[in-house]
Design a protein around this ligand. Sequence first.
Ligand SMILES: [Zn+2]
Length: 359
Amino acid sequence: MVKPKQGCSNHRRSMDAGDLAPLVTEFMAHLRALGHSCLTVSGYEGSARHFACWLTRERLAVGNVDEDVVSRFARHRCRCPGIRRVKGVSEKYVRRARRFVDFLGERGIVRREPKSTSPAFDRHVIEFPEWLRHHRGITELTIGRHGRMVMRLLPALGRRSQSWDAQLIRDVILAETKRASLAYVSVFEPSTEIIRKGKAGKPNEFGKMVKLQEAENQIVIDYDVYDQRPSDSELLIPAIETHEAKLGRTPRLVAADAGFYSARNEAAAKARGVKRVCIPNRSTKSAERKREQKKRWFRNGQKWRTGCEGRISVVKRRHGLDRCRYKGSIGMKRWVGLGVVADNLINIGRAMENQSRQP
Ligand SMILES: [Zn+2]
């Protein structure tokens, strides 16, 4: 289906493409003809204009543009005239500029280099991305993905395409889906159980449960992947013990949701020296207890705990934890561990920066 092409221009023409302006216009017309949406085209336009503007600024002739020039653009600290909010350029942004360069290559304006992705592809498969590039309005990223998928299917299909039939193709695709789904299984669904200052938050799905335990500054001090789901109330005391073992002190406050509540847990936490145990007891009849749970410190503790739920989704999204790409239980643990390490690096860095700012 082809979308209507009217009104398809970027009104925020912030960067001046200079001498290359007609080529940018041609590039946009080319993208529209491929069926890209207005939004996509204006995204490409922004990158292409910026690239053109930067070329002029750097006094680089368009005929000399090559991969080296594009990577210089990727690294440049932007002082180009025009309105941009950020100083750097993102990978996606550079990919769009590269597409513009590819377009200039097709027009014979810049020297075409062999595609860097090509060597990974079979001789016959190389023509497939080329075809996609010219007949489908999809990004380079998607084209690359399609190419790699075909490369994966090829060994099972065999080299002689004349011998392929619908049944064979169907079987091969089903087998590949089955194989891939082991690695691509979605493993996390956040649940709300969290302990703060020794808090355990554990998303779970398919009976697998992951515990993330955080201390101050959102640094994860412990994580675990359980093969069998333990009950929430069993996790509380071990979480406090871990906190003590790793940080050498008992947390002042422990906050968790009602699933963690038991009279025994509360007593045990207090016995270990936790001053404030902030776990709601939903089934209490005691008016005194109900009053306690309405107090400011209690409400603040619970507010803090809810904040942690967002943290888990950050860890998930920022580091791709919601999609385990390793197989089996060991792979799963490695996957979660790498996500935690990555997230800790960010949060430790942030905490150090904040500390150094304090007088
Ligand atoms: Zn710039």
